[in-house]
Design a protein around this ligand. Sequence first.
Ligand code: 6PG
Length: 620
Amino acid sequence: MGVSGVGKSTMGNLLSKKLNIPFFDGDDYHPERNIIKMSKGKALDDNDRKEWLQTLNKLALKHVTNKGCVIVCSALKAKYRDILSTKIQQNSKWIFLHGSFEQITERINNREGHFMNSNLLKSQFDILEEPENAIKIDISLTPNDIVKVIKKELLEKTAFGLFGLGVMGKSLSRNLANKGFKISLFNRHVAEQEENIAVNFKNEFKELSTALPFDNIASFVNSLQAPRKIMLMVNAGKIIDTVIEDLLPFLSEGDILIDGGNSNYNKTKERFDYLKSKNIHFIGAGVSGGEEGALKGPSIMPGGAKETYKYIKPYLEAIAAKDKNNLPCCTYIGTEGSGHFVKMVHNGIEYVEMQLLAEIYTILKYQGNSPDEIATILESWKETTNSYLLEITINILRKKEGTDWLVNKIMDKAGNKGTGNWTTISTAELGVPSTMIASALFARYTSFYKDERVAASKKISSEASSKLNITNDNLLKAYQFARIINHYQGFKLINQASISYNWDLNLSELSRIWTNGCIIKSDLMVELVSIFKTTDNLLTDNLIIQQLKTLKPSVKKVVSECVLNELAIPNLSESINFLNSFAAANSSANLIQAQRDYFGAHTYQRNDEDSGKFHHTKWI
Ligand code: 6PG
């Protein structure tokens, strides 16, 4: 591509000969009416061009499955290139022949029998939208050198780089390679600890036969086609900044870094701004699904500049899981750190979903069931209430080691890597009562005090008295109730962030990309896709309201029975406590306001007037 006179046909012809693939000149494919129009000296408009560009796209599609081909076309606007590369984004490469106005005028005028109308050339420069995702070639090089550069870029360089070959990095690399992408792999060299990781990994899997392995940053970066697309799969935290600094000296303007870890969204914004000042694009992408998801199809939540997303979309959407309509579970989320924010809330929701299952397990165990028996009960819940976390819990409960179940041998101290903590901080900062996430986080923290718990249990706990007066159906309904409140609170937090940070997030799309590939995929999530098309607030949906009303008696029963028998069920009880507070027309906050006014003159508003005026009382 490039303006008239830049040498497209000459170079295209030469390149096709060197690569031994067919050559097509786009100008030969105009429909009859365009030819008539042009012969009358009239300029083509975008409508005229559309059919022509679609014809060229069909031509490319036909050849892409064979040896490929070279097509030349001025393709000056991004939207023309979008039509030309429809459905072949990942198998096509733009080569932009680039020269200055003066350079091209001089060239054309030197050609025998050729005269370029400088106004026409000028108008082409005016409409030219330079592509960022192209191999940019300086036309002052000789034709042979140009072909050499293009061949090197096309044949020796790769399309996408993976930096960091931990569990997730490795799985994503294999996923990309399985989708036909030529990739570069990097893992650092640490003597006697991490040696030849990339080479050994490449040799282990046949799908990586075309991948290029490195442990040298400069060679890794140079192996990538411009603009370079590098996904960082290293641990979240300070290490991301170190890696960015290590990469920066070798990157060029327009290159794209994607952070695929669980980074803090505030940090992602800072990194975005920092890299912007260096003309490097930065995308913060949440990736969910663990090792298996990363390999077979994760759910991906990329945030950053929308224009940048265009260049990585073909890769991310190809490797993502697919929803029930076969659409990728990956979509552009929004600007700044919004991708990492929604991944963080995903994890907050995940904490609650896990905690609820842990509470159900506690109750069923207390009722005298073995892990296998609990698994059988949970298995029967799949029909109405299935989720990935329910399924893995069933598998976990069935796992035996020797004669005992493995779960019985696992120390009851829950770890965490920070996302639940950040979600709790965000929900407090944004003033959203996502109380279940906070409660699930604190349940993990409480579990951590193992020694103190053991001591306290001897001194403070009462002996278990009786069995709980509840049925398994009560338990299932309580679980369903609490899950609805969890999803209400999680999405409420996302919606508030969207408003406060101007992210314009689409809750229905978000739930759609969480229907497969991720840890919180569930039947309920599938229901939410259509509900969020009509409301941003789950508690205004009639179907949800009806469900809560039906389920409420069970959660009340389960929670009260557990409290009476000293069973810890912080998330189940939080779900009903939250709804009791939320669905109360008159709360006790009048007394809080009076107390605030009493000791701090913080003022209060009155029920018996409409002015909204604030009052202060001299209380004594
Ligand atoms: C996912 C998981 C994943 C990871 C969490 C676990 O969506 O694939 O959420 O990101 O398992 O980091 O977090 P904790 O260690 O805090 O439980």
